[in-house]
Design a protein around this ligand. Structure first.
Ligand SMILES: Cc1ncc(COP(=O)(O)O)c(C=O)c1O
Length: 415
């Protein structure tokens, strides 16, 4: 769906696509650490940083700022496919996950908090912490080491009617696998229909579409720097049932307000830029008549392009040897995993992951070492690994860049 002409157009919309401002030309395969930034986001950030006015005043500037926020919230509602609820901005994805989990667990104050071992520590730590404070059980559903994900069946086996809060990771930033979110939510609701379900969608957001209505969840959190915007804020959709519990609040302030303190209008404006980008891309690859339809078309095109790239990496392109066929290479989650979302994590017998990452970096290919620490130990330790190489792609990457990677890898592994 994304041909060479469109790929050129796509790449022209991002900053620092082919070269790092610090180190020069490079292939960017570190998208799970933060995607490329839209040039529109860079321009919007600078524009809003210069505005001194605050919201909520009786003047034209304040009104313009509030209009920007209202437009971004409406764009966000389409992005999440949110039937109701609120799109809010917080300090970071992690902070928003803590806030939603804290509100859900402390206000429920009873029952079991359910999560899974595949989760990033953001949601897992929040649930463990607040379940501990409230004296509640924090039950972890085991993930499947071979597949690099947790299944709906595993959630179904662990859920009991007393589950009041559940957390789900949409996509793992270590294995790269996407969970079957609607089926996991259905498995939870089949047994605990009133459970509040909070989703960490931070790794998923740049890789395809989000649909909170179809998933039937109560909260969904993303980090904009991992979906073409910048650092400095997180975005969440919060459903009505979660808001009904009563978020932390300024005394006398609006009871259903989740946002604490003055908003950065520029953050909202840059999130609008992200939705505009999905809207534009959807228009290039489909003919949908609504913004939501175009966002969905963009999601399909992104997924198709990323599959093309990871297939080229795993199974070879041109006459280059496939990563999966290189000596001693083990790909986490297997080489034909349909749940893969643009990310390949591997180790190679006899080569330290950090050495491979350093060699790739020297040859102008940026990847990242995942260590068995508090971020990735839940995935790597059960596999008996202390580290692995993470290669994370995005739809703006090209098969030529994958070929460059394969050729350097072949060289590294022949040493
Ligand atoms: C799945 C997932 N959850 C949470 C986080 C933490 O996000 P942040 O540092 O933006 O708060 C990350 C970061 O990469 C992530 O991939």
């Amino acid at each position: 769906m994304i041909d060479d002409t469109l790929l050129t157009d796509i790449r022209s919309r991002f900053a620092h696509v082919a070269a790092c401002p610090f180190t020069g030309p490079r292939v960017f395969f570190e998208n799970a650490g933060g995607t490329l930034t839209l040039s529109s986001v860079v321009e919007t950030s600078a524009r809003f940083a210069a505005i001194p006015d605050n919201q909520g005043r009786a003047n034209g500037a304040a009104q313009a700022l509030m209009d920007v926020i209202a437009r971004a919230r409406a764009a966000g509602a389409d992005f999440f496919n949110a039937p109701d609820g609120q799109v809010i901005v917080g300090e970071s994805g992690t902070e928003l996950l803590f806030r939603l989990v804290r509100t859900a667990v402390t206000r429920q104050g009873r029952g079991v908090v359910l999560g899974s071992t595949v989760e990033h520590p953001a949601s897992r730590s929040a649930a463990a912490h607040w379940a501990g404070v409230m004296g509640l059980e924090h039950r972890l559903v085991p993930h499947d080491d071979a597949l690099g994900l947790v299944t709906p069946e595993a959630y179904a086996a662990a859920v009991t009617p007393d589950v009041t809060v559940a957390t789900i990771l949409h996509t793992s930033p270590v294995t790269g696998m996407g969970m079957d979110l609607p089926s996991i939510a259905r498995a939870i609701r089949a047994v605990a229909p009133e459970a509040l379900i909070i989703v960490d969608g931070i790794q998923h957001a740049s890789h395809g579409h989000i649909d909170v209505a179809a998933a039937g969840v109560d909260g969904y959190v993303i980090s904009p720097y991992k979906v073409f915007s910048r650092h400095g804020y997180g975005v969440a959709w919060v459903g009505e049932r979660l808001t009904d519990l009563g978020p932390e609040q300024l005394h006398g302030g609006p009871a259903r307000n989740w946002e604490l303190g003055t908003r950065d209008t520029g953050a909202y404006a840059t999130f609008s830029d992200v939705v505009d980008y999905f809207d534009w891309l959807g228009g290039q690859v489909g003919s949908a008549e609504t913004r939501r339809g175009r966002i969905e078309d963009a999601g399909r095109a992104i997924r198709a392009q990323e599959t093309r790239l990871t297939e080229a990496m795993l199974h070879g392109t041109g006459n280059l040897k496939a990563l999966a066929e290189m000596p001693g290479v083990h790909v986490i989650g297997g080489t034909d995993n349909q749940a893969r979302e643009g990310l390949v994590c591997f180790w190679a017998e006899g080569h330290a992951a950090a050495d491979i990452v350093e060699r790739l970096n020297t040859e102008g290919i940026r990847t990242h070492t995942r260590k068995a620490d508090h971020y990735s130990g839940n995935i790597l330790t059960p596999l008996g690994r202390d580290s692995a190489v993470r290669v994370s792609l995005c739809h703006y990457n090209s098969v030529a860049e994958v070929a460059q990677f394969l050729s350097v890898m072949a060289d590294i592994l022949k040493d």
